[in-house]
Unconditional design. Structure first.
Length: 344
């Protein structure tokens, strides 16, 4: 297919285009702007031609939606998904097109459950359109790989590369989270930082639940697509998607295992906190019991009435002190005896 003679570059675009690349057989990907992409799209793309173009948009730009409606024939469901902000992970067939909604971690991911955002894609012979609101790690890795000259031979190969990058990011997140869990577990076994560890465990558990909820539908969606693929999806491309499906299945199993570990450690942390509270309460109770005789005698002897015993005795103070000490020792002996019997 003929290529436009316009200068190919990817400066800041007035229509929200983050990057655009033209892929031609046997040639490295060439960057394009919206003007060059518009020329190429209006010339038409043959479904039998291996050439295709990838356009990646920033949806926060006010002109992005209008440009896509004016210069592409994307299905209504895709535009509706962009408007509604649908975040349910899926890859579905719309006639001879594929629409994908993929959840990924943001570029500034910091193990916060809120650092998960959505990427929308439409694939057809000759054209791949992706759009996002927040910068995402996996698509940024794909951009850098394409810019470095990675061979992408078809729209499905581009999707496979993106999903593989996402699976790699998930594995990295799981490994990093597992390291954090290991540190917390060591600290808990050493009886250190129980409260801080509990806060971190709660955050990791929320993250694992969010990743599992957002990403769990993806393997099933891929299997449904492979059971009823569009005509232009050949056997090699179906095998590519099956491999990606297996990678996601492994990543999701790791997330489930991490979730179970975090849950068990949270139970252990709660048990340690409860044990510490029980010890503090027991100590407070012992102090109260041991202070009871002296408080009782002090109250009785402090009454300003007649007939107070030992009031005129030369050693009355010391006798009363001895009596209080005796009752305190007796109370301590009884409490320690009961505690020893419970421990046995």
């Amino acid at each position: 297919m003929n290529t436009p003679t316009a200068s190919f570059a990817t400066p800041a675009d007035d229509h929200g285009l983050i990057c655009g690349y033209l892929f031609q057989a046997g040639q490295p990907a060439r960057p394009v702007d919206t003007q060059a992409a518009q020329q190429w799209l209006h010339r038409g793309a043959s479904t039998s031609d291996a050439d295709f173009i990838w356009l990646h948009f920033n949806l926060t730009h006010t002109s992005a939606h209008g440009w896509l409606r004016a210069h592409t024939s994307l299905p209504h469901d895709f535009h509706q998904s962009l408007r509604e902000g649908s975040r349910s992970t899926r890859i579905t067939r719309l006639g001879e097109r594929l629409m994908a909604v993929i959840n990924d971690v943001t570029f500034d991911f910091s193990f916060d459950p809120e650092n998960v955002a959505t990427l929308w894609l439409s694939l057809e012979p000759g054209l791949v359109v992706s759009a996002r609101v927040q910068p995402l790690r996996s698509v940024d890795r794909l951009r850098r790989a394409v810019g470095a000259g990675d061979a992408i031979v078809s729209p499905v190969a581009l999707l496979e590369h993106l999903l593989s990058d996402q699976a790699d990011e998930l594995q990295h997140i799981v490994r990093s989270a597992s390291d954090k869990v290991d540190d917390i577990e060591d600290a808990m076994l050493a009886r250190r930082n129980k409260l801080q560890g509990g806060d971190e465990l709660a955050r990791l558990r929320r993250l694992s639940v969010r990743l599992q909820r957002l990403l769990a539908p993806e393997p099933g969606a891929l299997l449904r697509l492979l059971a009823n693929p569009p005509a232009w999806l050949n056997a090699e491309e179906r095998d590519r998607l099956r491999r990606v499906n297996d990678e996601f299945a492994v990543a999701l199993r790791d997330i489930v295992s991490l979730h179970e570990r975090v849950k068990l450690l949270q139970d252990e942390s709660a048990s340690q906190v409860a044990e510490q509270n029980n010890r503090s309460l027991f100590t407070l109770t012992m102090v109260t019991v041991l202070a009871l005789p002296i408080n009782l005698f002090a109250g009785l002897m402090g009454m300003n009435v007649g007939g107070i015993p030992l009031a005129d005795h030369a050693h009355g103070f010391w006798l009363m002190l001895l009596l209080i000490a005796s009752f305190t020792a007796l109370a301590a002996w009884l409490a320690l005896r009961r505690l020893t019997n419970r421990q046995r």
